[in-house]
Design a protein around this ligand. Structure first.
Ligand SMILES: Cc1cc2nc3c(=O)[nH]c(=O)nc-3n(C[C@H](O)[C@H](O)[C@H](O)COP(=O)(O)OP(=O)(O)OC[C@H]3O[C@@H](n4cnc5c(N)ncnc54)[C@H](O)[C@@H]3O)c2cc1C
Length: 421
């Protein structure tokens, strides 16, 4: 049995650990187009800001590959799959034969069609990998200016890193407020106040129509006629599944690579996991891409175990985010935009808690400056507990374990608590 994994991040690590749980012998080859030991992608903004060294970003210890008997091919891009012969073809022509293959190729930045963008060779960045942070760092510094297109998690994380380096940052988004996929208007206002206090400037409800260059400076023309001049432009509109390899073979793709509850694709022996794959969203009741690190790890781990010929079922997941911006902490989870859910809100000047409830079950929440014990709420969502009698306690900034029904409380206290990897 020869295992091959394309990608070297959370889903790949989950798969290696899943395989080695049950098979210590057979060879595993990992192919990665990045030149680095596996690292934690969410830390790139701290690296950019200079508050995290490269060494401190590793996702597993330096001896991880050796201890797990993994041959890792770094800086090698897989360019095609021969699903009949069972081979991965690399950019340098090398062929890697496999019996079981995992596609863990993650996401790639979505670049919107902005007029003039493709004609500019320097000073345009994306922000999803360590090399992006390194390049940006070389251009950033006090007195420099940046426009970030996209006020989502990645755009704001890039903004935080740049502000800490003394860069003057303006963020542009078509949405009416920051983090529009996970926050409502009121929660976003709280976050925006905090970010404006740290020096960020915003333009909402408007697109960047064109980018031109004059004497090395970029001029971003917004649809409302505003022009912003900057040294650099960061495209952070979103991330889409990086499924090119599957697209060129016969593997079924929807938005992400379609997988079953074993994380196997439509071709037997080929699995997919992480930001490239779609699988069951427990709360939405349908298959989706849920591009967060804990899901990538768990899906990869499930795939790894199944690749050994043993069987485990992926239970499904849902979106959860634990994010901090300049010391402001927030957690969100589940269907925070569900229009059919009942909403319960506890808003103060510096904190915000919102619960979304459907059929007496918690299906989503937003908690800002109230993140302690968020794991209790995700636990209630996973266990589908009737929360009718505990809404007041759950709305408090620090709900105690006592709000839980006795059996749920015991399982949480005995180590069943949800962990945020
Ligand atoms: C700035 C930032 C902040 C984030 N913050 C959070 C957070 O706070 N919490 C959270 O849960 N998630 C966060 N995320 C998302 C999280 O990082 C991803 O969900 C997670 O990394 C997905 O893991 P993955 O293994 O699926 O893929 P990825 O981490 O995307 O890794 C895929 C790897 O495959 C490689 N690859 C792709 N194609 C090929 C090929 N053809 N050949 C060889 N190699 C290839 C890629 O270069 C990459 O190294 C953040 C992401 C970013 C960018």
């Amino acid at each position: 049995m020869r295992y091959c994994i394309i990608g070297n991040s959370a889903a790949a690590v989950g798969a290696i650990e899943g395989i080695r749980l049950l098979d210590r012998e057979n060879p595993i080859t990992v192919i990665s187009d990045e030149p680095y030991h596996t690292y934690s992608r969410p830390l790139i903004s701290y690296f950019l800001a200079g508050t995290k060294e490269e060494e401190g970003m590793i996702y597993r210890p330096k001896d991880f590959y050796r201890k797990n008997n993994v041959e890792v091919l770094l800086g090698k891009k897989a360019v095609s799959l021969d699903t009949v012969a069972g081979e991965v073809v690399l950019a340098d022509g090398q062929k890697i034969a496999y019996d079981k293959l995992l596609l863990a190729t993650g996401g790639k930045p979505f670049i919107p069609p902005v007029k003039g963008l493709s004609a500019i060779n320097e000073g345009i960045f994306t922000f999803i990998k360590l090399d992006d942070a390194k390049e940006l760092q070389q251009h950033a510094g006090a007195g420099k200016t940046a426009v970030i297109i996209g006020a989502g998690l990645i755009g704001l994380k890039a903004a935080e890193g740049l502000i800490k380096l003394g860069v003057d940052v303006t963020v542009v988004d078509l949405a009416p407020h920051v983090l529009s996929s996970i926050l409502d208007e009121k929660a976003a206002q709280l976050v925006q106040r905090h970010l404006v206090g740290k020096g960020l400037k915003f333009h909402f409800g408007v697109t960047a129509d064109a980018i031109t260059e004059n004497d090395g400076k970029k001029i971003v023309a917004l649809a409302d006629g505003t022009e912003i001049t900057a040294d650099m432009v960061i495209m952070a509109v979103g991330v889409v599944p990086n499924h090119g390899l599957a697209k060129d073979s016969d593997i079924e793709i929807n938005r992400g690579i379609v997988t079953d509850n074993h994380m196997e694709t439509s071709i037997k022996g080929i699995y997919a996991a992480g930001d490239v794959a779609e699988n069951y969203d427990l709360l939405a009741g349908e298959n989706r891409v849920i591009p967060i690190l804990p899901n990538a790890y768990q899906q990869g781990n499930t795939a790894g175990i199944n690749m050994t010929g043993n069987e485990v079922v992926y239970p499904g997941g849902f979106a959860k985010n634990a994010i901090g911006f300049f010391g402001l902490a927030m957690t969100t989870a589940g269907l925070v935009k569900d229009k059919d859910a009942e909403e319960y809100v506890n808003a103060a000047d510096d904190s915000y808690v919102k619960l979304l409830v459907k059929d007496h079950k918690l299906v989503g929440f937003i908690r800002i400056n109230a993140v302690d014990r968020s794991g209790i709420l995700t636990g209630l969502m996973i266990d589908r507990v009737d929360v009718s009698g505990m809404l007041e306690s759950l709305l408090s900034v620090e709900p105690g374990l006592i709000v839980l029904p006795a059996d749920t409380r015991h399982s949480r206290l005995e180590g069943g608590a949800v962990t945020w990897r």
